[in-house]
Design a protein around this ligand. Sequence first.
Ligand SMILES: [Zn+2]
Length: 174
Amino acid sequence: MTTYPANFCPYCGADLTGREIEGRERQFCPDCERVVWRNPVPTAGVAVVGAEGVLLTERAVEPGIGEWTVSGGHLELAESPREGAARELREETGVRVAPEDLTLLDTFSAAPFEGKRVVSVGFGVRRADTAGDPHPGPEVSAVEWFTPESFGDGGEVFHPPHGQRFEKAWRQFE
Ligand SMILES: [Zn+2]
């Protein structure tokens, strides 16, 4: 499985051809007769909601540098979505939460970026069930609390579709 279209077979290094398999055109290795499957990449995130608003992060990496998101990122190989969401929150914001304290909020498929597609599982949690003071970690340039009223006052824009996750978290956990 590859995130981006492959130039060569990831198993044996041979040149790839195209072949229709299960109704779609796939990349196929004629040497080792393997299909190079491409699937969306799973990610997970968590919206922390407190009296000051929902905790958001400003992206410091592409895609969408300078845009705001609910904290989240790629799952490590052996992680469940809630474990990955809790780890990303800690890495990006310094806020700690037990994975079992997270409540499922939503899922979305993000717009493709350079051929890469991600699926995100979103959780929510109240601030009272978390610990640690928010501060920006690597890959994040700022961490701030926003309400639907305050967001955008400083020219902030969402990295879509995080605006919908933000709104839903605020309605559900306020
Ligand atoms: Zn091969």
